[in-house]
Write a protein that binds this ligand. Sequence first.
Ligand SMILES: [Zn+2]
Length: 406
Amino acid sequence: MATEKLYYEDPYIRNFHAQLVENGVDENGRHYVVLDKTAFYATGGGQPNDTGMINNVPVYDVEEVDGEIRHFIQTPIEEKECSGEIDWERRFDHMQQHAGQHILSAAFEEMYGYKTVSFHLGEETCSIDLEVQALGVEEASRVEERANAILLENRPIEVKWVTTEEASRLPLRKALSVTDNIRLVIIPEFDYNGCGGTHPSTTGQVSTINILHWEKQKKNYLRIYFVCGNRARKQLHEKHRVIQQLTGLLNAPQDKLADAAIRILDEQKDLKKEMSALKFTLLEEEANRLAEQAEEKKHYRFVEKIFTDKPMGELQQLAKNVTEKTSRGVVLFMSHKDDRLQFVCARSKDIDIRINEVVKALLPVINGKGGGSPMIAQGGGDPLLSPEAFAEKLVEAIENVLAETV
Ligand SMILES: [Zn+2]
């Protein structure tokens, strides 16, 4: 049974009484109630649903299925007599945005012939997609001016139910999507539009229409972002608060904020460059020092060190640097922190050991994982033995390999 839509008799109805028709569950297991009539608007035509209360139970979603309006609630309603109240602040905001969209779309079409192909009413901003590839700043500001002039004139926004025949005699902005029960929303001498949404009774109540920015979309459409009504005021406060904060932080007036940010980003880029050059020098020096300290073993020279402050990436670089500076060198760097033992093991070009195989054989002693190439390998595991003991195991393994090959 089709639900009687009270918002079509009067879009300003906030409270109403109705009879319960049915408690139901939809295909997603969500519980809903159907009433004989309702002031709750169901999502459609770009306008989101209302929220509110029925018998003090919150309504979190509203959908229309074949003329039946379903109010989604968490718990069933048993009483036959129901009283409903919609969240008026939310609804009026939707009315302002929706009417604002009609006016903005009509202004784009009237002034430049740009047709609106879709409308989105979001939580923060609204958008329309225009059938055009580019928009000039000047064009946008002229359209915004025209749209706001329509608000200032405080024209009536009328609703008319018409037949296809009657509709065909009016200058409709877009083709109708229905053939019977045609509902037109009309701003006389300006916009004639088939629409099922809720609108204020005069354009003045939209209060303001502000184009924010625009961006290219697929299919050569252009998406225009805008806000109307109380949203514009709220967002002005929010943006001003952010700008005040930035003005203080960057010590620059509003019109110099971008320059100040660019300066800081440039400085940061230079500092990063300087820092990586310094790091490179430090690693080189450290590699020289470590190479000099290499311990003479029977068939090779061993460099070993435990670190607590270097990331693995740096240890790998350092290990490569040291092996390049040491003939017949084997390097073992370990990092012992946060209850984890990690290591890098590398060798010079002039010594024939498959480091990845030595490491692989050793990993079980620390429950570890790892791998690499014959030249350099890395791994990590539990600190089941001290770094010193781990190093001893490695030396032993390397000596065994070398004893076989030499
Ligand atoms: Zn509409």
